[in-house]
Design a protein around this ligand. Sequence first.
Ligand code: GLN
Length: 412
Amino acid sequence: PQYASTGLDVWTMMNQVAASVNAVNLGQGYMSFPPKEFIKRAAQEALVESTHNQYAPPRGRPGLLEQVGIHFANRLSRPIDPSSELSIHAGANEALLSVFTAFLEHGKGQEVILMEPAFDQYTPNIIMSGGNPVYVPLRVQAGDKDPSKEVISSHDWKLDMNELEAAINENTRIIVVNTPHNPVGKVFSREELEQIGDIAARHNLLILSDEVYEHLTYGVEHISIATLPGMWERTVTVGSAGKMFGVTGWRVGWSVGPAELIQPTLSAHTRIVFTSNTPLQEGVASAFRMAKENDFLKIQCQEYERRRDRLMAIFDDIGLPYVVPDGAYYLLVNAKAIKIPSDYSFPDFIEERGENFKLVYFFIKEFGVSGIPPTEFYSEPHKHLANDYIRFAFCKTDEGLDEAAKCLQSLK
Ligand code: GLN
């Protein structure tokens, strides 16, 4: 089927390539460091409670709903009713699928606008829900800077609002916003979000705002589009405990929005997974409570900023330019300067995926540091925009980054 092509997903594929040469894995965005003690303890203690091991209500455990409600009341500067304006999900991914399932109908040719690069789960999730993805690429506008020779800003990746509006027709239902953005690291400005919101309002569209990296911005402010005038009513915002507490394997996420939008989302969630796992919901609820006491999110953000700066310094040192991320935990490196020998041989599963996969494969095999080919985040007509880039994740230990630095010395 179209949504689940028989080819390997890019994460599994690149993990396998990395393992084959024992590369330092800066590919998939999982943390190579353990969660903080208080977070692990929260989960351990939750499991011991006998009442925490059976089905949760589909909407979520009351203790977690309360904590997520407090978080969003602060983030969105409005009261949040946890009994109608929130739902807990089996990871942000399932929250996204639930929104698409709730608001798209099969067989009607309904469309969803994605901004490329677009996280690779959006497209199959839309198609499974009966919708058609329509792609509008971010375009690099860095003045006279050549991104293959000079460092540019993630803010240089711009959405052309005319192009966005031109992609909308009577079949369009949803615009997906992702800020801070994976993989560019762009944090959308208030002005950009106002323009997107204005277009959504004029065409009466729903906004699905994927804000799983909301707590990771470096010197710029994260703005939730739901806080802009008139936007709460048409926006479902999605977040992730995995990203927030460094526990991507826990699979706990959430959706927040007005009751009219969360009710259908919750109904879809109920029929997809029924409920998310109980003990880790309790674990996340405790983690939220304790995080407030020790200023965890602020300290964590500083740690990530340090890792970002370290990884950027590594590429400064070897002279490969990159896109400075203002948020999230990925670095897009422009590797156009790397020349692949014409007689280099690639396995078929790489060869058939195009130039960018070949570049990333060559990089992993020759330099022992793995990344992700960002063309996987593009539709066919726009893949060329990312051919020169490799995405590296910096949610990794200092030792891992040091090891990567050593491996890359030969590039100097
Ligand atoms: N969000 C993470 C990333 O972009 C993990 C994605 C995944 O494994 N599906 O790396």
